[in-house]
Design a protein around this ligand. Structure first.
Ligand code: G4P
Length: 526
């Protein structure tokens, strides 16, 4: 098959949600419909359980298991679907943000009872930054949720995106009868059934059809007619270009646990979602159809077993064909590497592959050559952009408690932060090391891994900072002056870029007002 055909077949996406909205359930149901798994429960096992917050070893164990399901690929109709798993646990939000750099679109799951929640907002902000196309799945329609029009309003105002319903619920909660597919004029009838995977679909020629009243009852039929009339008068017809550009989110309603609305979602998704797109590098735009292979590392997973120090680097292929046992270059280190057993992930099975295509993710065994964000090519010196670091929210100073092991500690911190477990900032004078994360859990993970894998021990001292902003100034003298004056609150990231630590939004505003010539950046890419 030609490169172009392989590209056109691929749909690489992530499913995101606030914890508990139904991301795991929907992922599993998509795999079930896609024929990638035969029984429910497979994905559930890989979920980081809420109850395990204080038991990080358990979480790491679960993360270990979840390597296999980090990417779930399956064939559906004429498409190759790649679902990139994102950890639901909020302490791993940084992992999720990075994974979103490797997708071409996302499905956002929203709980119809709770509507937009904190993580929904944060994740959407990340999608909006890159104009990632979003489809919204409103889940749990079997529960007494909010009025669907109110939900759409809330989505638009809180998430800063236009919406367009492509299906519409008939009743909600105890009166939920099913959904009306606005495009095909079909009715999917709801039956609470966790095993059954085909919806009962009835075609009706027009909404005036009296069959509708017989099936869903007169009241709900009248309400549906009114709702649809309102939708058709209020919304423009669905515009696929606006969706692909990230301005318009089509909305579906269903109940993942009951397998309801899932097939409809998947069928529409493969039809409208974008194939692998061109990606920016510092040097030029890379088109997926270019014959030379290129890709970037968006995630590194370490083996926690001290006898097996290997790590798996997850590489998203951006252009050309990737081949096993061919030398490729890490453009950051200029080192040539070849991979004897690159793996692909099909649902819950890993297998060694000989080739992979744009949109695919390959797992590369790595003994410490990669850092998150690294670009791999057949030779061209390019660096993919769009894999920024976001500001951590918790900051602690790390203190060595075993002076005999300072070298090990140094190496451990460098490697763990290369893997993206946390961010490292250095404050001078004194080479003070500040670790920044989005969750408390990471500190336990770091402490444990430093001891286990590097024999180094440390303690953390809490700092009051709540955000770090990268900053620049065209005038080098003014930049230096700012750094000198604020040295107690300035640190340097691993690339030696300065950041300002602040203790509150007010603190940042105050500094901004005082130093109008300094430009502050929310992420490390500016
Ligand atoms: P997450 O990955 O987004 O965190 O959510 P997850 O799929 O684990 O779903 C969270 C809870 O919501 C689960 O219940 C799940 O069964 C339930 N759920 C998912 N989809 C629906 C739906 O369409 N309707 C209803 N009523 N519930 C739904 P749980 O009690 O936390 O777990 P479990 O004991 O059911 O496994």
């Amino acid at each position: 098959m030609s490169l172009q055909t392989e590209i056109e077949k691929r749909r690489t996406f992530g499913i995101i949600s606030h914890p508990d909205a139904g991301k795991t359930t929907l992922t599993e149901k998509l795999l079930l419909f896609g024929g990638a798994i035969q029984t429910a429960g497979t994905v559930k096992r890989n979920k980081i359980e809420k109850t395990a917050t204080s038991d990080f070893m358990e979480i790491e164990k679960q993360r270990g298991i979840s390597v296999a399901t980090s990417v779930m690929g399956f064939d559906y109709q004429d498409f190759k679907v790649n679902i990139l798993d994102t950890p639901g646990h909020k302490d791993f939000a940084e992992d999720t943000y990075r994974t979103l750099t490797a997708v071409d679109s996302v499905i956002l799951v929203v709980d119809c009872v709770k509507g937009v929640e904190e993580q929904t907002r944060k994740l959407m902000q990340v999608c909006r930054m890159r104009n990632t196309p979003v489809i919204i799945f409103i889940n749990k329609m079997d529960r007494e949720g909010q009025n669907p029009f109110d939900l759409l309003d809330e989505l638009e105002t809180e998430l800063n995106i236009s919406t367009r319903p492509l299906s519409w619920p008939i009743g909600i909660g105890s009166t939920f009868k099913g959904v009306f597919n606005i495009f095909n004029n079909t009715l999917s009838l709801f039956s609470a059934n966790k095993k059954h995977i085909e919806d009962d679909v009835i075609e009706i020629k027009t909404l005036a059809d009296t069959q509708l009243d017989t099936i869903v009852g007169e009241n709900l039929a009248t309400k549906l007619r009114e709702d649809i009339e309102l939708i058709e008068s209020f919304y423009e017809p669905f515009n696929q270009t606006l969706y692909k550009e990230g301005y318009l989110a089509p909305v579906f309603f269903g109940s993942a646990i009951n397998n309801f609305g899932v097939k409809e979602l998947l069928d529409t998704f493969v039809r409208i979602a974008p194939e692998p797109q061109a990606r920016a590098t510092l040097e030029r735009l890379i088109n997926p159809a270019e014959s030379n292979f290129s890709g970037f590392v968006f995630k590194i997973h370490a083996n926690l077993d001290p006898n097996h120090r290997d790590r798996i680097a997850f590489c998203r292929i951006c252009s050309g064909k990737f081949e096993r046992n061919v030398f490729y270059k890490n453009t950051r280190t200029q080192k040539k590497l070849r991979f004897a057993s690159p793996t692909s992930f099909m649902a819950n099975a890993k297998s060694v592959i000989d080739e992979a295509w744009p949109g695919d993710v390959v797992g590369l065994y790595d003994s410490g050559n990669f850092k998150i964000g690294d670009t791999i090519t057949t030779g061209e010196d390019i660096r993919f952009v769009g894999i920024p670091s976001f500001s951590p929210e918790i900051f602690k100073e790390i203190e060595n408690t075993d002076p005999m092991k300072s070298k090990q500690l140094e190496k451990g911190i460098q490697q763990l932060t290369d893997e993206g477990v946390a961010q490292l900032f250095i404050q001078n004078p004194g080479n003070r090391k500040i670790i920044g994360t989005v969750g408390e859990l990471q500190f336990e993970v770091i402490q444990f891994r430093l001891l286990q894998e590097y024999g180094a021990s440390c303690i953390f001292r809490h700092l009051n900072f709540t955000k770090a902003h990268w900053f620049t100034c065209p005038d080098a003298l003014k930049l230096n002056e700012f750094i000198q004056r604020n040295h107690a609150k300035v640190g340097f990231d691993k690339e030696n870029r300065p950041v300002l630590f602040t203790t509150s939004p007010w603190d940042l505003d105050y500094t901004k007002r005082q130093y109008e010539h300094i430009v502050f950046h929310e992420t490390s890419e500016f």
